[in-house]
Design a protein around this ligand. Structure first.
Ligand code: MN
Length: 203
């Protein structure tokens, strides 16, 4: 399968002299020990509004959505997911502070990451994730530190998507998530404040 890696929009939005986000010029990012079909990452991003960014590896990039309320374990929650530009695979390990004045200025934490298994079907046949996304409906199983189980992404008529937990043993409708300021990185256990302080100390 031809791999298209179109990061033009990603590059257009960023000044790499000013941000420490990865350029994504390497042919491949750090792949996790793959039991599944690719990597997923959920980044907590304290920008002009605090939100989460959900990313799935497909076609050699991280397909990306901004999820204002984060990823829920409750199948009753239909979480709005607004598509954003493809990100390089290396972005899945990015934590740090995007400088003031830059696109997405603010602190980024890897809230969760792991592998996913593609469960997408069309007319009863399994289809690659990229094709499923093109068709507007993808199903996948997440194996993260925090998120586990089946999820589905469905495109709406207006181009936004819904990200919904499937009903399985990992579904839960109890408990509310902690405040974002109390959340910790799946990679480094740091809070947003600690990530920002560490970056200040490096300057
Ligand atoms: Mn973001």
């Amino acid at each position: 399968m031809a791999t298209k890696r179109d990061l033009a929009e990603y590059h257009r939005k960023r000044d790499f002299a000013r941000t420490r986000e990865p350029k994504g010029n390497d042919s491949a990012g750090p792949r996790r020990e793959g039991k599944g079909d690719g990597a997923f990452v959920v980044q907590l991003h304290e920008a002009s509004t605090t939100h989460f960014d959900f990313r799935l590896e497909a076609d050699g990039v991280l397909k990306s959505w901004a999820v204002p309320k984060g990823v829920s374990r409750d199948p009753g929650d239909k979480r709005l997911a607004v598509p954003t530009e493809d990100h390089p695979l290396e972005y899945g390990a990015f934590e740090g502070v995007i400088a003031d004045g830059e696109y997405g200025a603010g602190t980024v934490m890897v809230w969760d990451t792991g592998d996913y298994r593609n469960l997408s079907k069309h007319r009863g046949e399994q289809v690659p994730l990229a094709e499923a996304l093109d068709r507007g409906h993808a199903a996948f199983w997440l194996d993260g530190d925090k998120l586990r189980g089946g999820y589905a992404l469905t495109r709406l008529r207006d181009g936004a998507w819904l990200l919904v937990k499937e009903r399985d043993k990992h579904a839960s409708s109890t408990g509310s998530p902690p405040h974002p300021h109390r959340m910790r990185s799946a990679l480094t256990r740091r809070t947003l404040a600690q990530i920002a302080a560490d970056e200040d100390a490096e300057r």
